[in-house]
Design a binder for this molecule. Sequence first.
Ligand code: ASP
Ligand code: MG
Length: 379
Amino acid sequence: YHRNSGLALGLRSAGGRRPGVCRRSDAGARSGRPAPAVENSVCLKLATQKTPALKLPTHNHPAQHHPLQIAAEQTRFSTGGNFTSFGHNRYNQDVSSKGAAALTAACRLKEVFMALVVQKYGGSSVSDAAAMKRVAKRIVATKRAGHNVVVVVSAMGDTTDDLLDLAASVTQKAPQREMDMLLSAGERISMSLLAMAVNELGETAISYTGQQAGVQTDNHYGKAHIVSMVPERVARSIHDGNIAIVAGFQGVNERKDVTTLGRGGSDTTAVALAASLHADVCEIYTDVDGMFTADPRLVLKAKQISATTFEETLEMAAHGAKILHLRAVEFARRYHVPLHVRSSFSDKSGTWISDGPAHPELKGLVPDSALTFDPEAQL
Ligand code: ASP
Ligand code: MG
C-alpha cells in the first residue's frame, strides 16, 4: 500500500490506519464513502469574477499546439490586465503595481519562449536524497528545453504520516493550529532540499512557502480552502530566469497562521498555481504511469488511460476511485488547466486530463526529448 499512489483507480486496502489519526486513506472519496464532490467545489467561490477563460490547447484543437499560437492566445490575457483575475479583486487591493508588472512580464515570457510548466512531485517521487536528485534532473531538463518551470512539492515519503504519529504520541487532542504548523513542516523540508539539488545542477532554484507563494486560505485548519492565489514572488522568480519551488499543501489564513489543505492537497496547490500563472500544463508526478482502469498493483490487467476529461475524472472520484485531490480537478476544470498525470520514474506519457474529448496522440507541450535529456552530460 503506497500512500502516494493516489492516482490508480479501484479498491485498495486501508493499511496502517490508526484510531484518531487521519491518514490520507481516510479521506471521504477514498474510503468507499460517497465522494464529497459538491462540497469540495465550495472553494471555487473565489471565482466570483469572470474567470480568465484562457483558451488552452485542448485535445480537440491540435492546431493550437503550435507554441506561437499558444503564445498568441495568452498574449490577450497577459496584456489585458486580467492576468490576475484568479486572485480576483483581492489582487488589486493587496499587491503593488510592481508586483502586477512582474506577473504580466512573466506571462509575456511565453510570447518569446516556450511553455510555462507547473510540475507537482508527490511524496513518493521525493522519498529520499537520491529521489530528490532524480527529480532535480527532470526539472533542470525541462528548464533547459526552454520552458519556464514552477515546481510544487509534497513532503518526502511518509513524512506527513510520521508527523501525525508523532503528534498522536504527544497528545490525542492537539490544537488544530499546532497540527497545521507541524504538518506544513514536511513540505518545507522537501522544497528546500529540492532547491539545493537543482542548484547543484547549475540552475537557480528558489523555494517558497505557501505564504510566500501567495496562497491565502480560509480558517479551516486541516482542510483549508484556497480563497485567493497571488503568486507574485513566483512570477518574479521565473521572470528572472529561476526555477520556483513551492511547498504544496499549505497556505495562510487572514491572521497569517499556517493552514493545510487536507491530505493530498499539494495537487490543489499545483493546479491553483498553474491557473493563476496561466501555465500551459500542470504535470502531476507520481509513482505510476498515470491513471488506470484499476489499481495496477492489485489488478494485473489494469489498463492505462491515456486521456480523459475533467468530468470523467470527477465521476471516477465520486465512485470512490483514489485519484487526484478532488479540489485540484475542480480547479483544473474551472480554469481550463490541462493536467498530465505521469510517473517521475519514467519518461512515458501518462494520463492527460482536459476539457476536450480524449485524443490519445497528444504528447504534450513538453517534448519527450526534453525529459530524456541527461543534464549531467551538459555539465
Ligand atoms: N504531504 C501531504 C500529504 O501527505 C500533502 C500531499 O502529499 O499532497 O497529504
Ligand atoms: Mg504526502
